[in-house]
Design a protein around this ligand. Structure first.
Ligand SMILES: [Zn+2]
Length: 278
């Protein structure tokens, strides 16, 4: 009695692939502390997936500075680098699981808490609802070599979670992430706890604005609000000439993510607007 069988659903919870995204490591450290020995047989937790990047608190790590979340699966972009070796070692540990959750914090972008899908979401959406997450974003085009995509290709229910913005750790967002993960584990009957569920809205990114040149971005709108097409969301400053250029909403919809104020480089994503898929 009390001991749960080790066969059944196996889950991998991953964070820290990008070393400047810190809500996941804080949340998974707390999840780890709550898991019983029996639960650990079914739940594999890796809070620190990319230790050298986390130590440096940078997205990537020396010596190769390759993006670890571009190194998974056959379509990985780089050759045998230290980062790719780390990715392969992680993959070897988790390749057998049924459910894979990769937690990120938006990097330089602040985002409304949401799940990210690399496919239709048929397997993933019930799990995302069980986490109480209000939004799931489906991307039409994704970079190659993502962990969540590699998981899905091997038949796992596999998705990403984005909470907050990098560098800064907000206690309420750590709390939200711990609660969401625990609800998922309760839903899968791997831990005791109340089963909750949210009506998850599936979103489609309608419009993205990118920086047209190297500049200083000053954001003037909070994320998570409905915006009108053409609405001013921030300003790009040329730090030398003093010239300013408005950054406006490319579409009407929900402002899902926006770069935090600070330096930006030509081509970097500034804002993303989404609408529910009906
Ligand atoms: Zn990330």
């Amino acid at each position: 009695m009390g001991e749960r069988p080790s066969k059944g659903v196996e889950v991998a919870l991953i964070s820290g692939i990008h070393g400047d995204e810190l809500h996941g490591p804080h949340a998974l450290a707390r999840v780890n502390a709550r898991l019983t020995k029996a639960a650990r047989r079914s739940v594999l937790v890796e809070p620190f997936a990319n230790p050298p990047a986390l130590s440096a608190r940078t997205r990537t790590a020396a010596p190769d500075h390759a993006d670890m979340n571009r190194q998974f699966g056959a379509k990985a972009t780089d050759g045998a680098t230290s980062t790719r070796e780390r990715a392969m070692a992680l993959w070897d540990r988790i390749a057998h699981v049924d459910v894979l959750v990769d937690i990120h914090s938006g990097g330089r972008h602040e985002m409304i808490p949401h799940a990210r899908l690399s496919g239709s979401g048929d397997r993933e959406l019930p799990l995302i609802s069980a986490m109480g997450l209000e939004y799931a974003v489906r991307y039409r085009r994704l970079p190659k070599g993502l962990l969540m995509t590699a998981g899905r290709r091997t038949g796992m229910a596999s998705f990403g979670v984005e909470v907050g913005a990098g560098q800064e750790v907000r206690p309420e967002l750590v709390e939200l992430t711990v609660g969401a993960i625990w609800s998922l584990l309760a839903h899968l009957e791997l831990v005791p706890g109340a089963k909750t569920s949210a009506e998850t809205r599936l979103l489609d990114i309608l419009g993205t604005r990118r920086a047209t040149r190297d500049a200083l971005f000053e954001r003037s709108t909070a994320i998570g609000v409905e915006v009108e097409v053409g609405q001013r969301l921030g300003v790009l400053h040329d730090p030398y000439s003093g010239r300013q250029r408005d950054v406006v909403a490319p579409a009407a919809g929900l402002l899902v993510s926006a770069l935090t104020s600070g330096p930006t480089i030509a081509g970097e994503k500034l804002v993303e607007v989404a609408l529910p898929i009906v």
